[in-house]
Design a protein around this ligand. Sequence first.
Ligand code: ZN
Length: 321
Amino acid sequence: MSREILGIHHVTAIAGDPQRNLDFYTGVLGLRLVKLTVNYDDPQTYHFYYGDAHGTPGTILTFFPWPRAKKGRQGHGQVTVTAFSVPEPSLEFWARRLSEQGIEFEGPYGRFQEQVMAFSDPDGLRLELVAGPALSSEKRELAGPIPIEYAIQGFHSATLTEEGYERTASLLTETLGFRLVQQDGNRFRYAVRSGEPSTIVDVVCSPDSASGGMGSGVVHHIAWRTPDDPQQGEWHSEIARQGYNVSPIMDRKYFHSIYFREPGGVLFEIATDHPGFAVDELAVSLGTRLVLPDWLETRRSQIEARLPPLRIPKVDAARSA
Ligand code: ZN
């Protein structure tokens, strides 16, 4: 089999107020806004992409901020937690920072030999910081206001809450190339490759939980990384062959995607690493202006007039580790 899943590509969630979302992820958590665009299926609303300095796959959290969204309901059939990786000695820093910002958190507590802190974003989206080894310095570049030794390094993992886990587990292990690496009670940890951050998914089997409902503060879908278009094509054939109702390959401008629902109800996407976020902006100016795809550019003034006004964070491209 030549096709490969490399880990998490991105996670996409629903938010309420766009400015509050932007201020939280860039200001409090220190992620970089790497792309400011609109929802291609609904151009009167924004699509925000946050990530590391370059928007590397495995660091990208995206939002559809809908100011009038009703609140979502967390439950089974969803990605219920999105966890970020932070360097080992930084949880004390984060405890202080979240306290200063008036954000309640739980932990640090241990899980699978790692220390975890849990909290929610302003819309109630569940997040975690998981302490682990620092990435090598050439892989890290300062993206926001957090000192590099404490800054988020990308995803650690995502947690899927499922009513039953067997069919989801089969899809992960028999088709997508994950293997079971740890288990504790009803939590099953799967990983691809060597199990480093951003290659991990936890499946929590929670038959008594209510089913989730879409809305603000809830994850819309999770995307897995595949390196290139030929492998994407193979994934498309294989997922269809297994009887899943898979979308055609879609051009999302920064990556190419297919979508299908896994047996427990979570919307899965498989997205290519290429072409990436520098395809329509210089790397130094990612996320500093509203970028529209060609087919919407002719309607720019009309689209801008309808979008809520936004204060975009200033990026000092000269600051690097
Ligand atoms: Zn996506």
